[in-house]
Design a protein around this ligand. Structure first.
Ligand code: SF4
Length: 348
């Protein structure tokens, strides 16, 4: 199988139908013990200091691992990917372009998928068969997500790790499905944990990775909604590949994402929101819209290439959790008063 690097979640069903093995370069980068070196490799090659660390990490990983083919998303991801694509071409990497339609439209998505399938020498029918094959693994990912917010039995980090890995199923879909099935069974046997503050993590996956989730849990708060990671798992029901990737919100506007986020915040009884933004990323501007739309305490947390939370960031998180805790206690007191209050003629 030809290994194809991917720079974000893409219709991997088409790649797999074409006999290619997708490998998510973001996941390779962030899980590497040498991630700092990947960024340095890119900077030595000329990537500016003020470019997102994910882009530099993808470049460094690609060079280090000798990935010779990369599928680059030219619309619906990141403008930096366009320039990364040209630099990779310069280095002799074969590029497969893919553009998400500029708006959510299953007919346009169907055409985009058909074009991708044709360029890879396969068909949408074959890709639909792969979609069916991947369905059990996706269902397991959704079960794990449900156990996260409904039962509190899955940590925010575990939830992140499994959902983010659905972008390429860790390059071994059979092993992924087997291991995730075992994980879900193991989770079911865990005792119910003590109550914690319930948080949402909105935005691109954090460069702080495990350090952020562990810090939050040590401070009595758990992420029970990883927005983008959940999107990678394709949570909505869909009857075709075109519908599945039309429902996928990440390539589209903040308003499209909010249509997914808002009901999830209510369903998962979220107490506070961490909006993660990556330094030098255009998506950070969306914070304005998030703050306007979401009526919960929000902490905007920015990361660059430091990978571990600084003391200053830890202090900000602690202060934020204090606010969330106080607000929750106030709301609890108000609802207690409401339920205690009975109008004089109320039936008992
Ligand atoms: S974090 Fe932003 S700038 Fe960086 S790769 Fe992702 S979309 Fe692009």
């Amino acid at each position: 199988m030809t290994t194809v690097g991917i720079t974000t979640t893409v219709p991997i069903e088409v790649l797999l139908a074409a006999g290619c093995q997708p490998v998510d370069l973001n996941n390779l980068f962030i899980s590497s013990p040498e991630k700092e070196r990947m960024v340095t490799l890119a900077e030595r090659a000329g990537f500016p200091q003020n470019i997102c660390a994910w882009i530099k990490g993808i470049y460094g990983t690609c060079m280090e691992r000798d990935i010779d083919t990369v599928l680059c998303v030219t619309s619906g991801d990141c403008s930096n990917t366009l320039m990364l694509m040209d630099v990779l071409k310069l280095k002799g990497v074969r590029i497969i372009p893919f553009a998400y339609p500029d708006r959510r439209d299953p007919i346009r998505m169907h055409s985009a998928l058909q074009e991708l399938a044709a360029s890879l020498g396969t068909s949408l029918e074959a890709a639909e068969e792969v979609r069916q094959e991947l369905a059990p693994a996706r269902i397991l990912a959704h079960l794990l997500d449900e156990r996260t917010w409904r039962d509190g039995k899955v940590s925010g980090w575990e939830n992140h790790l499994w959902l983010v890995s659905t972008s390429d199923f860790n390059s071994d879909r059979a092993a992924f499905e087997r291991e995730l099935a075992a994980k879900v069974s193991e989770v079911d046997n865990r005792p119910r944990p003590d109550d914690m503050l319930r948080l949402a993590h909105l935005g691109v996956p954090s460069i702080f990775a495990e350090s952020l989730y562990r810090t939050l849990e040590a401070l009595g708060a758990r992420v029970v909604f990883n927005e983008i990671q959940r999107q990678f798992s394709m949570p909505g029901p869909s009857s075709s590949l075109a519908e599945q990737y039309t429902n996928y919100t990440y390539p589209y506007s903040v308003f499209d994402r909010l249509a997914d986020i808002t009901p999830q915040l209510a369903l998962r009884q979220i107490d506070g929101v961490i909006h993660y933004v990556q330094a030098f990323c255009h998506r950070g501007i969306g914070d304005i819209i998030m703050r306007d739309a979401i009526k919960l305490p929000i902490l905007t947390l920015e990361g660059n290439a430091d990978f571990l939370l600084t003391e200053h960031q830890r202090t900000r998180i602690e202060a934020f959790l204090d606010i969330v805790r106080r607000q929750k206690a106030r709301q609890g007191a108000v609802s207690d008063q409401r339920s205690a209050f009975r109008p004089p003629n109320a039936e008992r």
